[in-house]
Design a protein around this ligand. Structure first.
Ligand code: B12
Length: 280
């Protein structure tokens, strides 16, 4: 039985993450040394089982177990190169390797995907890459976030229901998608609506899902959509969490946001707090 819905890796992904041949892991699975699940007739390895096997192997070899500090700048350079080359496979392999090494979805978003995509966007703004190259890179990360969200999430009862969106006038979808992936990984049931959505649609969805919280991303200076959304959500008494590079804390709170967060790690902590306080 799957007791944790962590990332499930194929043998090939796990071998790439560990840096060994596929057959090596296959043999370890066959001898029972490495625990695997069978999904649709193929082996899948939970990232924590892979970590466990790696630390046992290191202990047997006399290696000192280490919690690696990530070199995010180096990871970012590899990601940027792969994204600009349109190499979705390399991006997926890097993602699998980092997740298998115990990196969280929130850290991936805050330290790797967010900054690298902003870099890509800036290259586009500076006319150093085409809009097609920017869109291809964004699409690769969108698909990756979907895949990552499908493979993560905490076991046990869900913490709460959250609707995530960016309001009309803001076409930046990557940031709200990262919020959605981070909250999903934290154990929320997430209705992710994308960007540039009419206010009424977001409010309606919050009502239909009886959301405990609405998380809103804002990447632009335009305020009409956001202020109308906050007004309507406040009138309907939904707690709100606002964040994103387009707005600061004091302005968000002045517009009526319940809380403001600047990262996906903060989104996770604040969303938990908001759901807990609205339940009491
Ligand atoms: C990529 C990009 C685009 C892409 C978006 C692709 C996509 N699918 O999302 C495309 C090409 C579509 C685009 C379009 C436009 N863009 Co643009 N874009 C950017 C860029 C370069 C990066 C934004 C991004 O996705 N970063 C990656 C995300 C994940 O990182 P992040 O935003 O920092 O988010 C992190 C935190 O803020 C936090 N967070 C984010 N949201 C939330 C929410 C909550 C609740 C919490 C807790 C935390 C949180 O967590 C994230 C991870 O750490 C920014 C520059 C910048 N510095 O932001 C401009 C920028 C946002 N764009 C801008 C503009 C002007 C435009 C356009 C008008 C350009 C044009 N001439 O067509 C259009 C349309 C804008 C519109 N109406 O929405 C301006 C906005 C200026 C303004 N003040 O309004 C910026 C700032 C660039 C600039 N300096 O001029 N853009």
């Amino acid at each position: 039985m799957v007791t944790s819905s962590e990332q499930l890796l194929t043998l090939q992904e796990a071998a790439t993450a560990v840096g060994c041949h596929y057959q090596t892991l296959y043999r370890r699975v066959r001898t029972g040394e490495l625990k695997a699940l069978t999904v649709g007739g193929t082996y899948r390895i939970q990232s924590r089982e892979l970590e466990h096997w790696l630390s046992e192997r290191d202990a047997r070899n006399g290696a000192v177990p280490q919690r690696r500090t990530r070199n995010w700048a180096k990871q970012g350079t590899s990601l940027l190169e792969a994204l600009l080359a349109g190499d979705a496979k390399a991006v997926r392999q890097q993602n699998a390797r980092l997740l298998a090494g115990g990196v969280t979805v929130a850290d991936l978003c805050d330290h790797l995907y967010g900054p690298t995509l902003t870099q890509i966007g800036v290259l586009w703004i500076d006319h150093k890459i085409t809009v097609a190259e920017e869109h291809r890179a964004s699409r690769i990360v969108e698909a990756l976030l979907d895949h990552t969200a499908a493979g993560t999430g905490k076991p046990g009862p869900r913490i709460g229901d959250v609707v995530v969106a960016a309001p009309v006038g803001d076409r930046h979808s990557l940031a709200p998608q990262m919020v959605a992936a981070g909250l999903h990984a934290e154990g929320f049931r997430v209705s992710y609506l994308g960007a540039d959505l009419p206010v009424a649609e977001i409010v309606q969805m919050a009502e239909r899902e009886q959301a405990d919280l609405v998380a809103i991303s804002c990447c632009v200076a335009e305020r009409s959509g956001l202020s109308e959304l906050l007004a309507q959500l406040n009138a309907a008494e939904f707690p709100t969490l606002v964040g994103g590079t387009g707005i600061g804390k004091s302005e968000a709170l002045k517009l009526g946001a319940t809380r403001y967060g600047a990262s996906i790690n903060e989104a996770q902590v604040l969303a938990r707090e908001l759901v807990r306080s609205s339940a009491t």
